[in-house]
Design a protein around this ligand. Structure first.
Ligand SMILES: [Zn+2]
Length: 425
């Protein structure tokens, strides 16, 4: 598929991010002790003078499996898991420097340049996530959602992007446009400061740990925006992304109870923690007396429906035997084993390609009672060809004729200062 990044490019991005990340770490709070810590054998001791980070493939596959096995011996009921989940959520929020959550400020959405295609519309959007920081997005709506009738209710899907191509890439446009043709309102977001589009307020400022804070808060604010749109259905709120976007997907589902369905793609791994600053360079996995991994974080979603998409050529290769059985067991504590599914594509690699998108469309349609006929061909197969791939320059929210608002912040330090003001009493 044109525009789909190669696994080599994504792995190189992850490696670069790990090498280049700056050590602008925040102070870790003292955490409550956890008496039963199922640490696998052989992991490095907790550092005494800096935050404990689990970066990239911090565990071996055997260690990751052992961690999950031991966790299930310690948490054997819904009551156990509820208590553990509450602890882990607090650790993640503190580790991400999002405790307390910032106050919500007006998003002052810029929505412009509506383009009409076959059954859906596309608009260029920017949201003021915190005062002065604007994130550029693309909004896809079913044609009927532009002027909804009383009683209309459209599911919303947040589409955070990873490091491979992002919002302008063909494969992302195809996915979001087909979501709109399926009847959903979809919002595709830029990474914080990654520089994948020329219309970013903050450019090339991604490789600092603050990116994790910024993106997690941005996704929460993007949900605020989606749910404010006419016809948005708060009972059907999805999030899906792959690679770094997969990390954002399970983090948001874990932390924001408004998410009712999630589809993390190629990133739920027992041993791989994400290599980029925005995934693992804040202490969201480990601290004094606690240790978690991305499988446990994904398992904070039950009983809400979740589809885990994995493949045979990256760190999700063991999903059918390791990660998925763990998560299904936790869903079982909630009598919700039938709400979680795994589509494993053993002969595929690290992407969000056509077969993975098909699995996602079908999961959404099944859970949300959507009509797939709008994206099926005469033989009943998923047919994504009815969408228009837009030229990149047509998708910029900001350009020479539409400049950034005055006073827009352009560095991560400025954005962090703005966000911190919203956390003070
Ligand atoms: Zn990143």
């Amino acid at each position: 598929m044109p525009g789909t990044p190669s696994i080599a490019a994504i792995l190189l991005s992850q490696l670069l991010a790990m090498v280049l990340c700056q050590a602008a770490f925040a102070q870790v709070d003292e955490d409550r002790p956890t008496t039963d810590l199922p640490l696998p054998e052989g992991i490095p001791p907790l550092p005494s003078d800096e935050p404990a980070l689990c970066i990239g493939e911090f565990l071996t596959p055997a260690q990751g499996r052992a961690l999950l096995d031991r966790r299930l011996r310690l948490t054997t009921s819904r009551e156990d898991w509820d208590a553990y989940a509450d602890d882990i959520r607090q650790h993640i929020l503190r580790g991400a420097d999002l405790a307390p959550l910032p106050r919500r400020t007006p998003l002052n959405p810029i929505i412009r340049d509506k383009r009409s295609h076959d059954g859906y519309t596309v608009e260029s959007v920017a949201l003021e996530v915190v005062p002065g920081y604007w994130v550029s997005c693309t909004l896809y709506r079913p044609a009927a959602a532009s002027q909804p009738s009383p009683g209309d209710a459209f599911p919303v899907v947040l589409c955070p992007n990873g490091h491979g191509g992002g919002r302008l890439a063909d494969y992302v446009q195809i996915r979001c446009a087909n979501l709109a043709r399926l009847g959903c309102i979809a919002l595709s977001l830029n990474l914080f400061g990654w520089g994948e589009t020329p219309d970013q307020a903050v450019k090339r400022q991604h490789l600092y740990p603050f990116a994790l804070t910024a993106q997690t808060w941005t996704n929460m604010r993007a949900l605020d925006f989606l749910l404010s749109l006419p016809g948005a259905d708060p009972a059907r709120v999805g999030v899906t992304g792959f690679s770094g976007g997969g990390t954002q997907t399970f983090l948001l589902a874990a932390l924001d109870s408004r998410v009712t369905l999630s589809v993390p793609v190629t990133m739920v791994s027992a041993h791989m923690f994400g290599g980029c600053c925005c995934e693992s360079h804040k202490p969201i996995h480990r601290g004094p007396g606690w240790f978690t991994n991305n499988v446990e974080i994904a398992a904070l979603a039950p009983p809400r429906p979740m589809l885990i998409i994995s493949d045979g050529r990256d760190w999700t290769a063991n999903t059918p035997e390791v990660e998925f059985p763990f998560i299904r067991t936790v869903y079982g504590y909630y009598d919700a084993s039938n709400q979680v599914a795994n589509v494993h594509l053993a002969n595929e690699g690290h992407d969000y390609g056509p077969s993975k998108r098909k699995a996602m469309y079908e999961f959404l349609a099944r859970n949300w009672n959507l009509d797939l006929s709008g994206i099926r061909d005469a033989e009943g197969r998923i047919d994504e060809s009815g969408v228009t791939i837009e030229p990149e320059a047509d998708m910029y929210t900001f350009d020479e004729d539409h400049p950034l608002p005055g006073g827009a912040l352009t560095t991560w330090e400025e954005v962090e200062a703005s966000l911190r003001k919203l956390q003070s009493p």
